[in-house]
Design a protein around this ligand. Sequence first.
Ligand code: FAD
Length: 331
Amino acid sequence: MSEHTGVLVHCEVADGKLASIAAELLGAGSRLAAELGQELSAVVIGSDIGGAAKEAIACGAGKVYAVDDAALKDYATEPYLAVMEKVIGQAQPSIILLGQTAAGRDLAPWLAFRLDTGATMDCMALEIDTATKRLLMTRPVYGGNAQAVQSCETDPQIASVRVKAMTPPERDDSRQGEVIDIAAEVDTASFKTKVLERKIEATTGIKLEDARVVVAGGRGIGSADGFKQLEELAGLLHGAVGATRPPCDAKFISDTRQIGITGKIVSPDLYLAVALSGASQHVSGFFSSKVIVAINKDPDANIFKVAHYGIVADWKAALPAFTARLKEVAG
Ligand SMILES: Cc1cc2nc3c(=O)[nH]c(=O)nc-3n(C[C@H](O)[C@H](O)[C@H](O)COP(=O)(O)OP(=O)(O)OC[C@H]3O[C@@H](n4cnc5c(N)ncnc54)[C@H](O)[C@@H]3O)c2cc1C
């Protein structure tokens, strides 16, 4: 019988606050811990993280391992890995959840190797197998064309979870929990890498990853001017504009807007796919969107296999009419 028990969530911190992915993971972790009848705990690593540790309790963690050290201000593999190993050694969790973020993508496989277990990356759904009480982890495979359900026979079971795949819990600031301070004891001189400079991506309006509506354009948009029409529509819907790779390569739009396997992953309430074919490398970046609407002049385009609603039309006719109608409705 394994001595591992409970769910441990790696909570990332952004600007001194709990990152939105951390709240989403705590939401999922609470559900899993409740199903197992075990405890949910969190690990918060960084500099000046007292507020974030309290937020983790408000989001459901019964226990928070807080590792507060100026040397941990920026994510770096070696110190974070060392600190995570220390916390895991103390907490002995059965399940560890991390975000499918730059840090989580790096940490999860390292941890799996060090702890002699497995890591399942980019999970979109997590369930407990009622018979075995093991974690069932659903992840996209074959560039998003299929989904695989995996389980891990060894503890701890490690999963990195896609941003926006889980629902954050109702925050309750009156919740009580225990904060356990862990000394980082990291030797900065031994770090093989150090952060020299941090460049924040300049964005105006809603961030693509946070947008509840994404209007995405493909090669068929044909020009930077075409994308301005998409921007107008996205503005009316309080959303953001995304793109496939070809218009980014053609500089019709910034490559920070690319969605897909080598771009950003989004999961909005509405994904409006305009003049794009639905290549698997693109689809894997948005297929967990709640409602997908496609406009394409080719009735056989692959995007119609993915979309909930489809309009077979030239976007140059369909989109302005839709935008005009929306303006009328909006007032
Ligand atoms: C390793 C690798 C990684 C990749 N990563 C990504 C990635 O992250 N993201 C990504 O997007 N791609 C990625 N790609 C590229 C991907 O394979 C496709 O080539 C790309 O997604 C196609 O973009 P598209 O749908 O805009 O263009 P196309 O496939 O050329 O489709 C254009 C569509 O527009 C329609 N159309 C044209 N004119 C109009 C009109 N006037 N009105 C209505 N419809 C019209 C056409 O019918 C067609 O369906 C990657 C490729 C590789 C090999």
